[in-house]
Design a protein around this ligand. Structure first.
Ligand code: SF4
Length: 464
């Protein structure tokens, strides 16, 4: 093990487990179950922590508890929409995987999925869980199974036990009776270990037999649907029929989550609308193979924001392809920013910055906006416990007098930097009032100090 790996494994930072946000459900809806009384619920919704409230009617879903180490996180029901992510390390390398899980959890991932594809990977799952527990990383692990999950979960019971949830892809389990037997075997393991399951259907691995049958039936109709419509329908039918089959095999309906992932925005919206109309299982949203960079972010945001706005979706994952050497945790940040900018949850204080224009002749305000956003995000692992409610704070960093003072007044804290030709002074606004004016070469440091003092003064009093 490298020294840096050793160092990372022995750090004791705690993962973000407190979920201080809320989503409303219609008053006429009731939860379909509750979390076990002997477990600590980590995403209950405190009403007094300055959180954002989304004014949306949530699609009614069951509540599925996900347990680990005496804790429980709820998916669905009236629980906040959760952020999850997935590692891209070789799971057989327990140290590397534990380190990446830790990084994702510290970035704000509330559930982390790991690939379990070989006996070597399955053997290491319990060790990964132990590494995380030793580091104080309190995040549930989900095992991602394809093709051989029935064998791995049966042959490695310690793996089956260490995972908090299983992801099963019914399209990757063989065909005919073999498929049914393999599926039944996985559900039996889930029942025996009391684990919830996500039945995750995917466009790229849709059950061919089901699709062929539905295409055939469609062709006999007087007015057959297009192939695209049949394909969308087949995804939904596959997910729901497998969920019903899991229930017949003994799995509680309160242990089932569904997903139907596709790679095109309009398909995803259509499929999830249909899925939500036809079942009350919690829904895991994500545009699969979203792609790299801005394309992946834009496509995911376009699809998920339409569905979330309609109250559809209980947990989200953004499937970004990292650039070579890129940060895997970016998918977590994007997921958080989608939920926060929509007003559904709050994770990190947000910086409002103008785009700049011909009135700014330097990069000073861009650098300050970047510095403050980075500073705020880096503080959150400590601040979230120390300063409840700080995640809802807004900080404005503006480039000139045109919109600077006005936008700064609307934020909790704001600074209006001087544009080209303006007096080289930067007025600071606190809770809408102009306070000091910063000048000289240390505006960034001085403003950061003002931010820190404001956070301590305003949110420190709320700490329990
Ligand atoms: S606030 Fe000033 S610098 Fe920023 S975009 Fe508007 S006019 Fe340009």
């Amino acid at each position: 093990m490298s020294q840096s790996a050793r160092t990372k494994l022995t750090e004791t930072n705690s993962a973000p487990t407190g979920v201080s946000a809320t989503n409303s459900v219609p008053a006429n809806l009731t939860e379909t179950n509750s979390v076990p009384a002997n477990l600590t619920e980590t995403n209950s919704v405190p009403q007094s922590t300055g959180v954002l409230v989304g004014a949306l009617a949530r699609h009614r879903t069951r509540l599925v508890p996900v347990e680990w180490g005496g804790k429980v996180l709820s998916i669905g029901g009236q629980a906040p929409v959760l952020v999850q992510s997935m590692t891209n390390t070789d799971t057989a390398d327990a140290v590397a995987t534990a380190i990446q899980v830790k990084e994702l959890a510290l970035a704000g991932s509330e559930i982390v999925r790991i690939t379990v594809n070989t006996p070597e990977a399955a053997k290491e799952v319990a060790a990964i869980r132990e590494h995380l527990d030793r580091m104080g990383i309190s995040v549930p692990l989900v095992g991602d199974f394809h093709y051989n999950g029935h064998k791995l979960l049966t042959q490695f019971p310690e793996c089956a036990q260490a995972l908090s949830k299983y992801r099963i892809n019914p399209g990757n389990m063989g065909g005919g009776k073999r498929r049914d037997d393999n599926f039944a075997q996985m559900i039996e393991v889930a029942c025996r270990h009391n684990k919830p399951v996500r039945i995750g259907v995917n466009w790229g691995s849709l059950d061919h037999e089901l699709l062929a049958r539905m295409m055939d039936d469609n062709s006999k109709l007087a007015a057959p649907l297009g192939a695209q419509a049949v394909m969308r329908d087949a995804l939904v039918v596959s997910a729901i029929s497998n969920a019903r089959r899991a229930e017949e095999l003994g799995l509680s309906p309160n242990a089932i989550i569904l997903s139907c992932k596709v790679s095109h925005v309009q398909d995803l919206i259509a499929v999830y609308r249909d899925l939500a109309a036809r079942c009350d299982y919690p829904l895991h949203l994500g545009l699969t193979e979203a792609g790299m960079g801005s394309k992946g972010i834009v496509a995911s945001t376009a699809a998920l924001s339409v569905l979330l706005q309609e109250g559809i979706g209980d947990t989200i994952r953004i499937s970004l392809t990292p650039e070579p050497g890129g940060d895997r945790a970016r998918e977590v940040v994007v997921a958080q920013e989608i939920l926060q900018t929509m007003g559904l949850r709050a994770f990190t204080p947000m910086v409002i910055a103008c785009p700049g224009c011909g009135r700014t002749s330097s990069t000073v305000f861009q650098e300050l906006a970047d510095r403050i956003q980075t500073y705020l995000r880096e503080q959150m692992p400590v601040w979230k416990n120390q300063y409840p409610g700080v995640e809802s704070m807004n900080v404005a960093v503006m480039g000139c007098v045109v919109n600077g003072p006005g936008e700064s007044r609307h934020a909790d804290l704001g600074i209006s930097l001087p544009g080209t030709g303006e007096v080289p002074a930067a007025p600071v606004f606190v809770d809408g009032q102009r306070t000091v004016t910063l000048k000289g070469d240390h505006i960034a440091e001085e403003f950061q100090t003002i931010v820190q003092e404001y956070v301590s003064r305003r949110y420190g009093a709320r700490a329990i």
